[in-house]
Ligand binder design. Structure first.
Ligand code: TXA
Ligand code: MG
Length: 311
């Protein structure tokens, strides 16, 4: 069901869950002030309670009351990248944020998204928690139809078109005197050089005891099809291929085009759409062309594909 902005505001204020667009992916929103709504988000997604949510606000000033102590270069990052596809993990005043939303951690993730409709929504509702609007483990949703595939009538959707970026926000955390990337995303590591004077290190896989980003522990982004990443291209006719529109593959294969091999922004935008397309077409197996650079936004694309291939 598609709903209007005013209906979405009303639902959220009543502690209900609404899917809303952002520039990265669709989010499954509940009001930060409704513990019941937040619990519904976890239940609907079948999300492990140990995986905390990101808090979305309409402007930087709305974050400050929650923050215990802003790390160095917070202002540079905030004013440099918000509204936009950046999430900052910050130490918080615990009494102000329900423990369910942050999996009991003394920190929380914050983001000011860049989507006019969602900013207007946030101005009217106040802070919203929003994980990606997919069943836990599935590829994220980048169009309203994806949300409906996963949740049917259970979640009304605020229609906001297709998401421009197509992959989630980049998540930064301040650890041992430096900002580090705990989840690769829509902003490439180099994007932060101007603001920080260095490209943050990518700290993805942590010792299981204390992961910097709990979400990295769980299976993610996976279509039903089994993915083979690179290596020898299978010759069998009818094999599904996730490949590039400017390359040739054997004609008897079914190629789903991620976009041009020279345009990582386009590939990122289409990535989850293509993973879901495999399911739409009933693919059991698919071969993925991994012949692309490991730099910039390609790093994020490679990481998502690697996680999608884990079973
Ligand atoms: O682009 C995005 O970030 C989208 C849109 C809807 O804004 N949201 C999103 O949320 O990707 P989600 O829930 O799918 O991913 C949030 C990630 C998880 O990996 C979670 O573990 C991590 O953020 N996270 C949240 N709070 C954290 C915290 N306090 N410390 C470390 N990691 C945190
Ligand atoms: Mg997600």
């Amino acid at each position: 069901m598609r709903i209007s902005l005013s209906q979405a505001v009303q639902n959220l204020q009543q502690g209900q869950v609404v899917a809303v667009p952002t520039e990265t992916v669709y989010g499954l929103a509940a009001s930060l002030s409704s513990v019941e709504g937040i619990e519904k988000v976890f239940a609907l997604k079948k999300r492990p309670p140990a995986n905390p949510l990101i808090i979305h606000v309409p402007e930087i000033a709305a974050i400050l009351p929650y923050v215990k102590e802003a790390p160095p270069f917070f202002q540079e990052l905030a004013y440099g990248f918000w509204p936009g596809p950046l999430t900052l993990i910050l130490p918080i005043k615990e009494e102000l944020i329900p423990a369910v939303a942050r999996a009991g951690l003394p920190t929380a993730g914050f983001r000011v998204p860049k989507h006019p409709l969602t900013l207007e929504l946030l101005r009217q509702t106040g802070p919203l928690v929003m994980p990606s609007a997919n069943l836990s483990g599935r590829p994220s949703a980048t169009i309203p139809e994806h949300v409906e595939e996963d949740f049917g009538e259970a979640v009304p959707v605020l229609e906001g078109g297709a998401c421009q970026k197509g992959v989630e926000s980049t998540i930064l955390m301040y650890e041992q005197e430096k900002w580090v990337i705990v989840r690769l995303g829509s902003l490439a590591p180099d994007a932060f050089k101007m603001a920080l004077g260095y490209a943050p290190a990518i700290v993805q896989k942590e010792a299981a005891e204390k992961p910097l980003c709990p979400g990295q522990l769980f299976r993610h982004y996976a279509p039903r099809a089994h993915l083979t990443l690179g290596g020898k291209l299978p010759m069998q006719a009818g094999t599904f291929i996730l490949g590039f529109s400017d390359r040739y593959y054997p004609f008897q294969h079914r190629v789903i085009h991620l976009g041009s091999s020279h345009n990582p922004a386009q590939v990122a935008e289409r990535l989850y759409y293509c993973l879901r397309q495999l399911d739409q077409e009933g693919a059991q197996e698919a071969w993925v062309d991994m012949n692309f650079p490991r730099e910039g936004l390609w790093l994020t694309i490679a990481e998502r594909l690697e996680r999608a291939a884990q079973s």
